[in-house]
Design a protein around this ligand. Structure first.
Ligand code: HEM
Length: 128
């Protein structure tokens, strides 16, 4: 077991996590439906995202929430996303950054879910 200290560790984390996602009964179709043949680009973006968060090396400048705003996802999908993410971390890493990765992922999942629910409620309300 090792700590997360380098971009090679981030790549291993991201590659392992998304290979689980791509085999997951609940999540695979949602990801593939949006990403299609652009997996290399998605993975590259996600290396930068986690490199920025965990290593403090600022290489990601996107807006993380926007692409999720209208995906057909609810609490079950986020729960499964978190299960796979935690399983990936626990199988590969230990230490402070590993704990931080889990903590940050959980916080962002909660935030994404509450925003998605907010948009759904608002969209379903009649105008008058
Ligand atoms: C069930 C939950 C989730 C699903 C189905 C999902 C799916 C996706 C998909 C399909 C994309 C590609 C969007 C595109 O290229 O247009 C994406 C992008 C992204 N996701 Fe998620 N995601 C989920 C949860 C999360 C969580 C919890 C995080 C943060 C910890 C996250 C972080 C990101 C980031 C940073 C991007 C790139 C945004 C950009 O374009 O800059 N996602 N996600």
């Amino acid at each position: 077991m090792k700590e997360i200290i380098s971009i090679a560790d981030i790549r291993l984390l991201v590659d392992t996590f998304y290979s689980k996602v791509r085999e997951d009964e609940l999540l695979a179709d949602i990801f593939n439906g949006v990403i299609k043949d652009k997996w290399p680009q998605h993975l590259e973006k996600m290396y930068r995202f986690w490199q920025t968060i965990l290593l403090g090396e600022h290489t990601y400048y996107g807006s993380p929430f926007s692409p999720h705003a209208h995906m057909p996802i609810d609490a079950r999908h986020f729960e499964q996303w978190i299960n796979l993410f935690y399983a990936t971390i626990d199988e590969l890493f230990e230490g402070e950054k590993a704990d931080e990765a889990k903590w940050r992922a959980k916080k962002m999942a909660e935030m994404f879910l509450s925003k998605i629910e907010y948009y759904k409620e608002r969209d379903s309300k009649p105008l008058l």
